[in-house]
Design a protein around this ligand. Sequence first.
Ligand SMILES: Nc1nc2c(ncn2[C@@H]2O[C@H](COP(=O)(O)OP(=O)(O)OP(=O)(O)O)[C@@H](O)[C@H]2O)c(=O)[nH]1
Ligand SMILES: [K+]
Ligand SMILES: [Mg+2]
Length: 451
Amino acid sequence: MIPAVKSLIWQPFSRQIRYITTRAQTIYALSTSPGKAGVAVIRISGNNARQAIAKMTLPPNATLSITDPRRAYLRYIRHPKSGQVLDKGLVLWFPGPQSFTGEDSVELHIHGGNAVVRSVLDALHHIKDFRMAEQGEFSRRAFDNDKLDLTELEGLADLLNAETEMQHRLALRQAEGGLRKPYEHWREQIIKCMATTEAVIDFGEDESIEDGVMDQVIQDVDNLYTSISSHLDDSRVGEIVRNGIQIAIVGPPNAGKSTLLNRLAKREAAIVSDIPGTTRDVVEVKLDLGGYPVVVCDTAGLRESMDLIELEGIRRAKARIELSDIKICLLSLENGCTAIDPLVRSVIDKDTYLVLNKDDTYNKNNLAQLIARIQEETGVKKVWTMSCSTGQGVDIFLKQMIEILKSKFDSTISNPVLITQARHREHLEDCVSYLEAFLSKYDICIESSVV
Ligand SMILES: Nc1nc2c(ncn2[C@@H]2O[C@H](COP(=O)(O)OP(=O)(O)OP(=O)(O)O)[C@@H](O)[C@H]2O)c(=O)[nH]1
Ligand SMILES: [K+]
Ligand SMILES: [Mg+2]
C-alpha cells in the first residue's frame, strides 16, 4: 500500500487505540490549589481507583475496611510499596457511576503541606496503571460518561473563574444546565421537523402520511425561529458579564483621567503628571463594582498632535473606546470647560457619562448653569462634579454608577438563559439563518404549487 494512504488509514485508528488505552488508566491529581493549606484533596478516578484504598491505607496483610460509599474514614495513608506512613487523613469512596467522573473514584483528604502532598502523589505513581491526570482530564471523563454536557462544563469552568457576584450567579445557572435544557429542547424540535420533512419527501404520495403534517412543521419551525431569535436579542449581556463590563475613561489631556483610574484602583496604576499627553498606552484595571465585574481603562488624552508617539496613543485610545460598553468622559473645571475639543466631542454618545473634574479649583457660583450648558451641548444624560485629587464626590459617583449598571444589566441577568460565549452565539446565528432559509424556500414551494 502507498505509505501516505496507509498512514491516513492507520493514524485515526492508532489515535483511537491510544485514547482507549489512556481511558483504561486510573488517573489522580491534586484537586485543591497547590501551596500551604490546612487540607489538600487528592482525587483518583478510573477502573482501578479502589486499589488506591487497598494499597495506600492498609498495613500489609490487613483486610479492607472501607466499604460504605461517600463516608469519610480516618486512616493512615501509606506508601504502597514500603508501607511507610505518609500522613493521616480522610478517605472517601465513590463507586461509579455516582461520582463526578462517572467512574469509580476515591478522595484522599490529607494535610495541605507541600512535602505531604508531593509524597502522596509520588506514592500513587507506584500503583500499576496509575498516572497523573492531564489538565482537564477529570472533566473530560465526566463529559465522556454523560455526567455533564459541553455547556455545563463551560459553566463549571466559569464558576471556578468567577470573581464577582454576577459572574458567580451566571456561571452557577449554566453549570446546573441552564443552557442545556433550552438547547436540548430546540434540538429535539429541529430533529422532529427534519424527520417529518424527510418522510414527506420520501413517502409523500403514500396514503399513510396524513394531510397537513407539513403545516405543523412550518408552524414549529416558525416558533423555533422566534424563540431562538429572541434568545439572541439580549444585548450580549451574558458575554459582557462573563468577560467584564468595559468602561473607558476618555477626555482631553490633563483632565485627570489617570488620577481617577488610580483612585478607583486604590493604587498608582497609571503615571500622573501635569504634562499634557502623559498617558500613551491603554492602562487597564479590573474592579468589582457592586458585584459587577468591570474593566476600567485609562486612555491617552484626545487632542490634535504632531508627536508621533502621542498620535499612536490617541489611535489606541480610539480603538479601545470603540470596544467599550460605557464611556466616562472627564473634563477639567480648571479652565472653566469653555470649549470641548472636537476630537473629544466625536467620542461622546448615548453610552457616555460626563465627569467635571478639579471641582476644588472652581468657583461654584455658576456651576448649575455650566452643567446645563454642557448637557445641552453634548446630549449626555448624567453629569457629576468631583475632585479626583481630594476624593470629593467620588463616592457618590461610584454609588450612582452601580445603579446605572443595575438598570442596564439586572433585568437581563435575571433571564434564566443567557448566552455567555461567542461560540454559542455563532452557532445560534447559523441555526436561525437555516431556519429562515427553510421558511422562505417553503413559501416559494407553496406559491409555485398554487400557481
Ligand atoms: N487641583 C486638582 N488637580 C488635579 C485633579 N485631578 C488631577 N489633577 C492634576 O491634574 C494633572 C493631570 O492629571 P492626570 O491624571 O495626569 O491627567 P490625564 O487626564 O491622565 O492626562 P493625560 O494622560 O496627559 O491625558 C496632574 O497634575 C494632577 O495632579 C483634581 O481633582 N484637582
Ligand atoms: K497629564
Ligand atoms: Mg493620563
